[in-house]
Design a protein around this ligand. Structure first.
Ligand code: GLP
Length: 260
């Protein structure tokens, strides 16, 4: 079962996860980070600014989870732009060592394989940061995704386009219809996975992720098969967990990842 940590709020969750990432980078300056987009990881990146200040991050590598297909890479909501703005620039990472899937239409048929090859050439991902969609997606692996899938093109569900409309002027039709996303199998290859969720609207997906049967209908449930997963929640996101009391009672003094 995943390690589950319930903290008072998203800021506390961000600080805990930032501590883990900073510890990893201190121990392994050439660490390969799996970077997530969406609102949830922002407190992690915010907390990382002070924790990585002064550290040598020149060799850190990073791979984003996903990208919209057909959106100009310079568009402010392309995940390439978001990762540059929220992660690379404030943390002082080397942009040439940080990649997002190439969602441009030209050559799109090979983009998934190329991304898989780039991750493999970097030696795989040490720590993958994840959020979760309200429908249980991880990256953009929507319900029905193969739990063995690799980086490929997917069609976004109307639910996800509605959820992400806030980044596109509130208009779901302005959200691209397709994306290039790491597969569930790609994510499962990361050596450590840390998933963060906050808010009641994530409670059902979190319940399924931690306590539901493993099913392609809730792609995040595939993480139950991963040996090193930590799920960091605020109380509303944990509100549907039947085992919430157990997780509070058995919480170790240090998360398991600190020993890795
Ligand atoms: C987005 C991203 C996911 C993210 C999820 C939740 O569409 N592709 O990587 O985890 O949806 O986003 P948020 O954290 O904004 O709720």
């Amino acid at each position: 079962m995943a390690e589950v940590i319930i903290l008072p709020d998203a800021r506390a969750a961000g600080e805990l996860v930032a501590d883990a990432i900073a510890t990893l980078v201190a121990r392994r300056p050439e660490a390969v980070l799996g970077l997530a987009t969406g609102s949830t990881p922002l407190p992690v990146y915010e907390a990382l600014r002070s924790r990585l200040g002064g550290a040598d991050v020149s060799r850190v590598r990073g791979f984003a989870l996903d990208e919209y297909v057909g959106l100009d890479p310079a568009h402010p909501q392309s995940y390439r732009s978001v990762i540059a703005r929220e992660v690379v620039e404030p943390l002082g990472l080397d942009p040439s060592r940080i990649r997002t899937p190439d969602g441009r239409l030209e050559g799109i048929e090979d983009a998934g394989d190329e991304y898989e090859a780039a991750i493999a050439a970097a030696g795989g991902i040490d720590l993958q940061l994840l959020g979760i969609g309200t429908d249980g997606h991880i990256a953009f692996n929507e319900p029905g995704s193969s739990l063995a899938s690799r980086t490929r093109i997917k069609t976004l569900t109307s639910q996800t386009r509605a959820d992400n409309a806030r980044f596109f002027g509130g208009d779901p039709d302005a959200v691209p219809q397709h994306c290039l996303t790491q597969g569930v199998g790609t994510i499962r290859d990361a050596r450590q996975v840390v998933l963060v969720a906050d808010g009641r609207r994530k409670a059902e997906a979190v319940h399924q992720l931690v306590e539901g049967p493993v099913s392609a209908m809730w792609p995040a449930t595939a993480l139950q098969l991963h040996p090193h997963v930590t799920v960091v929640l605020d109380p509303p996101a944990a509100s549907r967990l039947q085992l919430a009391g157990y997780f509070r009672e058995t919480r170790a003094a240090k998360p398991a990842w600190q020993g890795l």
